[in-house]
Design a protein around this ligand. Structure first.
Ligand code: GLU
Length: 554
């Protein structure tokens, strides 16, 4: 009898299957050649991190483009850190960005035949694998207490050695199985460790899709694979899951490169084919001149919900992230006037290797471009949806004035010279709010910002004349000539140039005339195209506003 058998049977009395049985239960997927199976494997410990969205975006894209599968596995073995409901929230946020998986843990239910997709429900699968490792002498119980481990760590620190459970420090690896069995039977608490055969002085080489071949010291740590609570650690569980869920490419953050040697040894020992790896750059931030990882605690932009609440369309953030993913993406969008990621050809070769700095200006740039391409009706619908949750005032106005809102949003929309003044949905109300009569009343409640260099009487005469003479049927350029003529009638130069040549001859120039009209109608010196504003408000409302402005001046 194998000397480990009694021990293994005692620890795993429930396990009557082998890895070979699991291979049959979870067979290779029936996908076409080249199809990639990728995954997002979050721990339900909080909100969706910007870096996790980045990973999901890339993993989703790689699977979709290759006709493969993108699935979600919930890595919920760290029960102490779990935050109730965060798994569901993560899925909802992926849905918002249209990168939600179709297989895996999908919030309140699992879909797919490679499940369960919650690690906490896969205990049996891990036990099968650990039992087999134990039978091969590659897993053993460890009885070291937290205090003993701490003492070892102090010694290692004092000797300037690498901390960890390895070599002569791995004292439980020499305990004979018979003795281990006696200790377990007598109730000694234990964990199960992997028995590494590696040597830290040797190198292993593995291939990374982004970074090429990486040469790194072999693993020699006897890591914990099964905790005392009966659940596995990340290192072990992910190896088993990536194999039996038939992942072809593991896409994850670069912070995992240093643990890759552990994973390589686990895959090899378990007899699993190694998946491909792609370690993505981490998104960083400049803090006092130093680059550091975005921090959940310190940086609001670490959380994807910050951008959702901030009114960034999902396409904007995705475009920004794709520009980090592939250096040619920005150029591609400019050439194609398109932000549909499905049309872009992604490749790992064009990804930067180093941590990238989060760039708000770049995000804003993309967002302006993205919003400028929406039709007014689409933008309206998106604004309604967003404001319903995040901006009561805007919501009320949009719902109460649908037609007016769409017209206002449509000003200079589309075409080569499309307006790009909305960075996010929060920008909309401050820019178009004056169209709504109650908002206009609020704006002008304390007065109008007319240029003080003009006499009140000049302004009043000009506004009265405008009200009488403005022709709403004229097209923009012809109409602008009529504004010039209006100005000339009141001694304003028809151009800035003329005015500058003889400033003493005029009161001002046509720009001042347009400003006076604008201030009266909008209550501010800036607005979207004045001609469009007048057309949308119509003669009756424009006259009413001019009357109000004149009353104020009087
Ligand atoms: N649960 C791990 C994390 O949240 C997953 C890492 C991986 O993708 O393998 O970081």
């Amino acid at each position: 009898m194998n000397k480990y058998e009694e021990l293994a049977n005692y620890i795993f009395p429930d396990v009557d299957e082998t890895i070979a049985d699991l291979e049959k239960k979870y067979p290779p997927r029936n996908l076409k050649e080249g199809a990639e199976v990728t995954r997002f494997a979050p721990s339900p410990t909080g909100f969706l991190h910007l870096g996790s969205l980045f990973t999901s975006l890339v993993a989703h894209k790689v699977a979709k483009d290759s006709g493969g599968v993108f699935y979600l596995r919930l890595e919920d073995t760290d029960t102490k850190r779990e935050i109730e409901g965060s798994g569901e929230e993560l899925v909802r946020q992926l849905e918002y960005f249209d990168v939600a998986p179709k297989e895996g843990y999908l919030g309140n239910h699992d879909v797919g035949s490679y499940g369960p997709y919650r690690q906490s429900e896969r205990a049996y699968i891990y036990r099968v694998c650990i039992k087999e490792l134990m039978l091969k002498g590659r897993a053993y119980p460890c009885f070291c207490s937290a205090q003993e481990l701490e003492e070892t760590r102090e010694i290692q620190e004092a000797n300037k050695e690498i901390p960890g459970y390895y070599g002569d420090y791995a004292i439980c690896r020499t305990i004979e199985p018979e003795e281990a069995l006696i200790r377990i039977k007598s109730g000694d608490p234990y964990v199960i460790r992997f028995r590494s055969m590696g040597n830290h002085n040797n190198k292993v080489v593995f291939h990374d899709e982004i970074r090429g071949d990486i040469s790194i010291a072999e693993n020699d740590m006897d890591i914990v694979i099964l905790k005392s609570d009966g659940l596995p650690t990340y290192h072990f569980a992910h190896a088993v899951d990536d194999h039996f869920m038939r992942t072809t490419t593991v896409i994850r953050g670069e912070e995992w490169i240093s643990s890759a040697p552990i994973h390589l040894e686990l895959f090899e020992t378990l007899g699993f084919k190694l998946p491909k790896y792609a370690h993505l750059p981490v998104i960083m931030k400049l803090d006092n001149g130093n680059k550091r990882k975005l921090s959940k605690r310190k940086d609001p932009e670490a959380s994807v919900s910050h951008f959702i609440e901030g009114g960034y369309p999902s396409e904007s953030l995705k475009a920004y992230l794709m520009s980090i993913a592939n250096s040619n993406f920005e150029e591609w969008t400019a050439e194609n006037k398109c932000y549909d990621l499905d049309k872009f050809i992604f490749s790992f070769d064009k990804m930067s290797l180093d941590g990238v700095l989060f760039d708000q200006d770049k995000l804003n740039f993309f967002s302006k471009e993205v919003i400028a391409l929406f039709s007014a009706e689409d933008l309206y619908a998106r604004l309604v949806k967003w404001s319903k949750q995040y901006d009561e005032v805007l919501y009320k106005h949009l719902i109460g004035n649908k037609e007016l809102s769409i017209k206002a949003l449509n000003i200079e929309r589309g075409g080569e010279k499309a307006r790009k003044d909305f960075t996010n949905y929060k920008d909309v109300y401050p820019i178009i709010g004056f169209f709504y009569n109650d908002r206009y009343a609020e704006i002008v409640k304390d007065g109008y910002p007319f240029n003080e260099k003009f006499d009140k009487k000049v302004i009043i005469d000009l506004l009265n004349d405008f009200s009488r003479s403005n022709d709403y049927t004229l097209a923009n350029d012809v109409w602008f000539n009529s504004v010039k003529e209006l100005g000339v009638r009141h001694n304003f130069a028809e151009s800035n140039k003329f005015y500058k040549q003889n400033p003493e001859q005029y009161l001002g120039h046509v720009g001042d005339v347009a400003e006076i009209i604008r201030v009266a109608i909008v209550g501010a010196k800036n607005s979207p195209n004045l001609h469009s504003v007048l057309q949308i408000l119509g003669k009756e409302e424009v006259d009413r506003r001019i009357k109000l402005a004149i009353e104020y001046l009087n």
